[in-house]
Ligand binder design. Structure first.
Ligand SMILES: Nc1ncnc2c1ncn2[C@@H]1O[C@H](COP(=O)(O)OP(=O)(O)O)[C@@H](O)[C@H]1O
Ligand SMILES: [Mg+2]
Length: 225
């Protein structure tokens, strides 16, 4: 069974000039272990779509099946809890907590004390080494470069073994060199952890390295690779 199956998603906003259809009957299926890229112009509906797929936003119509559950009919605490354990999310701006160190940011998704458990300690070490941030663990976000901050954000998004990682333009704020590095690290993690990833990107190089590519155009989603 697909890990993610979004069917006929519609999302509309009511603005001053009438209704904007941000996502127009978009359907997308992601199999376990795939690295899927979504590209498309700014304002085409990419963020809206993946937010809906991740259970962060709610569609006006359509259904989202995530990890075997119909999250589009889940609400409140049940949805929050299920999303928390199933989904990892990386944003364009890293959204790290400014007054916490890298270490504290990374373990944030774990419940207090969980790191003491062996499986989490192993996971922590694996991610920190794979992402090359071991010597940054005691630093605050403001003491790290953009690329380092984003690598910490990726570790935080993966620490709790999410079944699927969503990333919304994770390299959008980085220069070419750092962007390439972060994408290479993500693809490496995809391969070593068999981590399913859905990545929104403007970056042609990232799309080229994806298993499958979708293009979003004015709310319409189309598979191109
Ligand atoms: N909260 C919102 N309220 C009103 N309009 C929105 C909101 N979020 C997104 N939109 C509109 O929906 C469209 C798609 O936006 P978005 O999903 O952010 O596109 P992208 O991520 O591809 O840049 C845009 O026209 C945007 O202005
Ligand atoms: Mg966006």
């Amino acid at each position: 069974m697909a890990i993610l199956e979004a069917t006929d998603i519609i999302k509309q906003y009511r603005g001053p000039d009438g209704v904007v259809t941000a996502v127009n009957r978009a359907s997308m299926k992601v199999e376990e272990g795939e690295f899927v890229a979504i590209t498309g112009e700014s304002g085409s509906g990419k963020s809206t779509l993946i937010n809906i797929c991740a259970g962060i936003d709610v569609a006006n119509a359509g259904s989202v099946m995530l990890g075997g559950k119909m999250i589009s009919s889940m609400h409140g605490d049940a949805l929050t809890k299920y999303r928390g354990k199933t989904v990892g999310f990386v944003f364009q701006s890293h959204k790290l907590i400014p007054y916490l160190t890298a270490y504290e940011n990374i373990i944030l998704p774990l419940n207090a004390g969980e790191l003491l458990r062996e499986k989490h300690e192993e996971r922590f070490n694996l991610l920190v080494d794979a992402l090359g941030i071991r010597n940054r663990l005691s630093h605050l976000p403001s003491e790290m470069s953009g690329g380092q901050q984003q690598r910490v954000a990726i570790a935080r998004a993966l620490i709790h073994y999410p079944r699927i990682l969503f990333a919304d333009e994770p390299t959008g704020n980085l220069d070419r060199r750092n962007a390439d590095e972060v994408i290479s690290l993500m693809i490496e993690l995809k391969n070593t952890l068999k981590q399913t990833m859905v990545v929104v990107t403007h970056d042609q190089k990232t799309a080229e390295r994806a298993d499958r590519v979708f293009v979003m155009n004015d709310g319409f989603l189309r598979e191109v690779k």
